[in-house]
Write a protein that binds this ligand. Structure first.
Ligand SMILES: C[S@@+](CC[C@H](N)C(=O)[O-])C[C@H]1O[C@@H](n2cnc3c(N)ncnc32)[C@H](O)[C@@H]1O
Length: 271
């Protein structure tokens, strides 16, 4: 199975619970991206790796009936969910199964491209960004969100998975310093190499808190981290869970709540 099939399968399996377990995470991150891109009524927007529509819906609301919003995602179940969520929000969106690495969409057709928490999943982000640029009109805006730093103490929770992870499985928050997603400058450079101009970075922070250990556990299965659980033999999972719970106790904030603060990086550019 190649990387794309693995990712599509993973997000198909999380589609039902993704962002549905009572933790504010993907939605505020996507809202921040939409706000940075400032879509205007009548504009045509493409949301690449739209998931369940966290950015697609606010994009659709902003451009209104005179504009258009298109979402693509590798996971058919995510596409299905995004279509449903958009309809429920009263938005007419075109949502398609498609590969962000090389989207098969018409050139010079979009005023805005947004992509929230997707770029680091691609086998080769640099050529993908060059392709995305071709889809924008002249002067069109691009914005991608990726992860910055997060509460250092929380690394002890993620570390419990480490012994089980194959080298190919990268958590975008904990990969080393050599990858482009380790710094604002790294992602900016990717955009500049794809010939975007006026490249800049905006940042925000999301405060992620869990009611209790079980809540974290359910959340961890509902996001990309599910792949880490699945990499652990079933018989070993209870002991990994117990270690994670122990580590979570070390990550309480001043109010005694379990969680972490996540810096979000918005990398922006113009064609
Ligand atoms: C972390 S989720 C983000 C989803 C959505 N943008 C959000 O903010 O909630 C990553 C999404 O990227 C999609 N994805 C990963 N690789 C992709 C690719 N090559 N082409 C299209 N979608 C991809 C996944 O299927 C998943 O829905």
């Amino acid at each position: 199975m190649d990387q794309q099939d693995r990712i599509a399968g993973l997000f198909d399996r999380v589609a039902d619970t993704y962002d549905q377990v009572g933790v504010d995470f993907f939605q505020p991150i996507a809202d921040g991206l939409v706000s940075e891109l400032s879509p205007q009524p009548g504009e045509h927007v493409l949301d690449i790796g739209c998931g369940r529509g966290a950015a697609l819906v606010p994009f659709g609301l902003a451009v209104g009936a005179g504009g258009s919003v298109t979402g693509i995602d590798l996971s058919p179940r995510m596409v299905e969910a995004a279509g449903r969520v958009a309809r429920e929000a009263g938005i007419v969106a075109q949502v398609l199964v498609g590969d962000a690495q090389d989207p098969q969409l018409p050139a010079e057709s979009y005023d805005v491209i947004g992509s929230s928490l997707v770029l680091f999943f691609l086998p080769d982000p640099a050529p993908a960004l060059r392709r995305w640029r071709e889809l924008l009109v002249d002067g069109g805006r691009i914005g991608v969100s990726t992860f910055g730093e997060y509460t250092s103490g929380f690394r002890t929770v993620d570390a419990v998975f480490a012994p089980y992870l194959p080298a190919t499985m990268r958590d975008p928050r904990i990969t080393g310093t050599a990858n482009p997603f380790a710094s604002d400058g790294g992602v900016e450079q990717l955009l500049r190499e794809a010939r975007f101009v006026d490249v800049r970075t905006a940042s925000s922070s999301v405060s992620v808190r869990f009611i209790d250990h079980e809540h974290w556990y359910r959340w961890s299965w509902s996001v990309g981290q599910r792949a880490m659980w699945e990499a652990i033999p079933e018989a070993d999972r209870p002991q990994v869970q117990a270690k994670a719970y122990e580590a979570l106790d070390g990550c309480r904030d001043a109010d005694g709540r379990i969680g972490f603060d996540q810096v979000v990086r918005y990398s922006l550019g113009v064609r």
